[in-house]
Design a protein around this ligand. Sequence first.
Ligand code: GLA
Length: 726
Amino acid sequence: MEIQFYEQQKVFMLHTENTTYSMAIVDDCYLEHLYYGSKIQSPNIRYILREDEPPFVPSKNLREKEAFLDCAPMEYPESGMGDYRESAICIRSVNGHRGSELCYSGYTIEEGKPVLEGLPATWGSEKDSMTLKVYLKDQLLGIKATLQYSIFEGIDAIMRSVIVENEGKEVVYLEKVLSACLDMEDRGFEVMGLFGAWGRERHIQRIPVGYGRQNIASFRGKSSHQENPFMALVTPETTQDFGEVYAMNFVYSGNFIAQVEKNQFDSLRMTMGIHPEGFTWKLNPKEKFIAPEVVMVYSSKGLGEMTRTFHNLYRSHLIRSKYLHTKRPILINNWEATYFDFDEKKLLEIAKEASKLGIEMLVMDDGWFGNRNNDDSSLGDWFVNEEKLKGGLHKLVEDVKKTGMKFGIWVEPEMISPNSLLYQAHPDWAIQIPQRSITQSRAQYVLDFSREDVVEAVYQMISNILRSADISYVKWDMNRQLTTLGSANLKADQQGELYHRYMLGVYKMQERLVTEFPDILLENCSGGGARFDAGMLYYSPQIWCSDNTDAIERLAIQEGTALLYPVSTIGSHVSVCPNHTVGRDTPFETRGDVALFGTFGYELDVTKLSDAEKELVKEQTQNYHKYNDLIREGDYYRLASVSENGHYDSWMVVSNDRDKALLFYVQVQAKANLKSRFIRLKGLSPEKIYILNGQEYTGDILMKVGARISPEFGDFKSKILELFQK
Ligand code: GLA
């Protein structure tokens, strides 16, 4: 890890273990991008800028300055002056003009990693991280932009964020402030993203980059089921194990845009940040705006290497929870078991039976508060429905604890039902446009979390509940998107701040929650996996991955999710068949095997299971204890994808010391007359001898020849194979 400024060349270089990121100052003003890729040592790379070709240096060709601006590789491009590619920043002056020229004005290199006030971000100490800050100034507007680049020891990633400060005398309006831009020459790149829908989240798509702009985005007010805040450019030959990858992931949970643009000169611009749709930020003199962090990862060894870099980074420098490196209690959630139809007796019945089978925590899902017996009322009325839970929450929790189980609870703090006492008392607390009816979604409105009084009131209600009983876990849900954007508290010229201020309010409340209740395990959720993003992981070590619990559908969902996010963060449960979302029947064993590669738990009425199934639960809970340390902390390798081969899926995790590994294989579709298959393993130590199925193999053989997997009779049959060093 090293950051250098070469005075003579006017070149900055950031070196991680295997990568280099570099930029240069041109004409004492422009900050231009030089290089990002495999590590290089010499700063003599200014020739990349083609400064002897006329359009590339404005001072040599002032009459064609616009031509320069429209083709030079810019580190933080601006709109309004002649660069017609996507800009990273757009500033409107008080007079209504759009245009800025942020000129280089200095730099600092510091030990450590700055905190981004009010925002989730990676963190590090003075020993394991370094930061370059490059200062840019627009004299006319009095605007200063600080581009921050941080790196961590041993991790091939670059963390970027931007701070815009108004040092002038007049107000300005920020119409766009992206967090990262990467200009480079096209090499036939393809673009990858994670797309989906409710119940079908984060499926991988990979398509060629064409001329023009392709983007992955959300302006739903949350990172979304549909598109995840991730984009990667990959060379056509890139596989799990070979080829180049340039990836960006946003540490933010609200609106975002990730875009690649191929221009007339076959160069690419990749950008990421808060989506400008519906965004304007009024920046008064002396105020600053902080654009959230983008994590950039370059891999020259394929997608697998990128995945492991993200996993390592997020496990060592993003997730803060004390539960990160511990086995989480095996939970049973009553949602698919009862939906809204439960009382204290039913919950206790489930707890009693579950505790006999090795399950460790009961989670009471939606429906315990207000008058909530279906989904069209009571959000916001965070007090216990004592008609349903006779004797109250404290008693229920104590009774559950007597069965040997912990207790967890579901909340949806950001929401308000029109049919609630809270809405009757505070109709202006819902996000809305005056005189326009609020768009309903699941019969609910969104609370205006940009308002401190609203966040405070909700926090008081929910924290009272958490203080009223011995609660070990909270599931924080968020079941709709933002519409009819308007806040009763914001002036006309600040309404464009609502989306982002809303997110800041959510983060503020989550921060307060994890600070006041450090022992509570927080799981984020958003109608399933609509806010599965790095921002949320700063507050909770796990996120409910999808409402779709079908083991086969989960293969693609968990594959896409684990492309970036550690396996230990993926909320995954065993549920009943036929599956409630897709109606499929799968073996109980397969459901358990798939859920094991996540946080693991159950989402069913355990009292209704057959004796044989109960025996399987016992086995699965024992397997969880046996394998979770390895699964949670190990390195993750993809071996085969059913989305590609239509037939089988396989992955493995390997312990950091490479002494142990666990292989997962599922035959999704049985075929006639199949022979056994050899699956080449990955990540083992070539010279170590491993025991697999009672036989000895060198790692070398298992990686070059493969582990032998015999075919099964029937669809959806999975197996888990353990490898350990002799
Ligand atoms: C969302 C969650 C589910 C469940 C329901 C309750 O859909 O993803 O797990 O909690 O809300 O309403």
